[in-house]
Design a protein around this ligand. Structure first.
Ligand code: PBG
Length: 341
């Protein structure tokens, strides 16, 4: 009886999607989305001098490191096939000011660090952040004028100078993450005027005012003591969509080489919209809060760490991002690639 039942289907269902899911071999044969270390950029937090490594408390497994230890990290990343980094400095509070002028000080350890990394590992791509938040006492990405506003044009001028100083260290890309108007165009023009036409711009093009940046602000110390810094007068409103393609159009016309959407996981629709409407490569930033969310749940035994990392990165890639900045990059290359299922 049961043999007879097996011989013919009980229902007339000629189209059975499960046929292409019945073994790992067929699933892999028809799948279309892969994440490889070639897609990944590892953000790094750099400390001055000989400061000891310290773990970011809201990002277990992620350490701020001094230059020597950062160089070791870079070597490991390259060995694992991760060929790009996005370094962020943690600036000593004694150097922080209202106008963030330490960002334009040649003595700032970041410039020396970038130079050394590039010298020792020329093949490692460096995407160097341009923004004032690590350098300002208030944690804003720009200077504040007498009305208490973040002053757009004064900030753009500083960013231009920072871009030229950063480019002179040999980095491959500058990555303005401030969301001031017109900064991509200004940065492109000062880079070109200073003979840095080969330095690219990865623009934080569609960047939301997001609560998911919390752990990052712990990591670089840009959280104003005790209070939440609202960046909503320059970062984008998660509840608006009409400005997305306007930002894309501006950054394209101003000369960005790569445009980024940030955060990633809660904005997959935005990544899709951007990638459907641009000819530029699209990057997405799986930000600190996304890392913290997955990691904390895994530590509690509530989610499987490896499976969640894989699934979250696949989702970001599937939505249209070719490049992903992720704090999981190194872990992924080390433990999850080639795919271990
Ligand atoms: C600031 C900057 C931020 C991040 C990257 N660059 C934070 C912010 O805008 O306050 C966040 C990255 C992360 O959360 O991982 N220019």
């Amino acid at each position: 009886m049961s043999r007879h039942m097996n011989k013919q289907s009980r229902f007339d269902i000629p189209k059975r999607p499960r046929r292409l899911r019945q073994s790992e071999s067929i699933r892999e044969l028809v799948e279309e989305v892969w994440v490889t270390p070639n897609d990944l950029i590892q953000p790094l937090f750099i400390l001055p001098g000989k400061a000891e490594s310290s773990e970011v408390s809201s990002m277990p497994g992620i350490f701020r490191k001094n230059l020597e230890n950062t160089l070791k990290e870079c070597e490991e990343l390259l060995t694992l096939g991760v060929k790009a980094i996005a370094p962020f400095p943690q600036i000593d509070p004694v150097h922080k000011t209202e106008n963030g002028c330490y960002a334009l000080n040649e003595d700032c350890f970041l410039y020396e660090a970038l130079r050394r990394i590039k010298k020792e590992f020329p093949e490692l791509l460096i995407f160097s952040d341009l923004a004032l938040d690590p350098y300002t006492t208030h944690g804003h990405d720009g200077v504040i004028n007498k009305n208490g506003d973040v002053d757009n044009d004064a900030t753009v001028e500083i960013l231009g100078k920072m871009a030229v100083m950063t480019a002179s260290t040999g980095v491959d890309f500058v990555a303005p993450s401030d969301m001031m108007d017109g900064r991509v165009g200004h940065i492109r023009s000062v880079l070109d005027q200073s003979g840095n036409e080969k330095t690219g711009i990865l623009s934080y093009c569609v960047k939301y005012a997001s609560a998911y940046y919390g752990p990052f602000r712990d990591a670089v110390g840009s959280k104003k003591s005790g209070s939440y810094v609202s960046k909503s007068s320059y970062q984008m409103n998660p509840a608006s969509t009409m400005d997305i393609l306007r930002e894309v159009e501006l950054d394209e016309s101003e000369g960005a080489d790569i445009i980024m959407v940030k955060p990633a996981g809660a904005y997959l629709d935005v990544i899709k919209m951007v990638s459907d409407n641009t000819l530029l490569p699209v990057a997405a930033y799986q930000v600190s809060g996304e890392y913290a969310q997955i990691y904390a749940a895994a530590q509690n035994g509530w989610l499987d760490l490896d499976d969640c990392i894989k699934e979250s990165l696949i989702a970001i890639k599937r939505s249209g991002a070719q490049l992903i900045l992720s704090y999981f990059s190194k872990y992924y290359a080390q433990n999850l690639f080639p795919y271990r299922k």
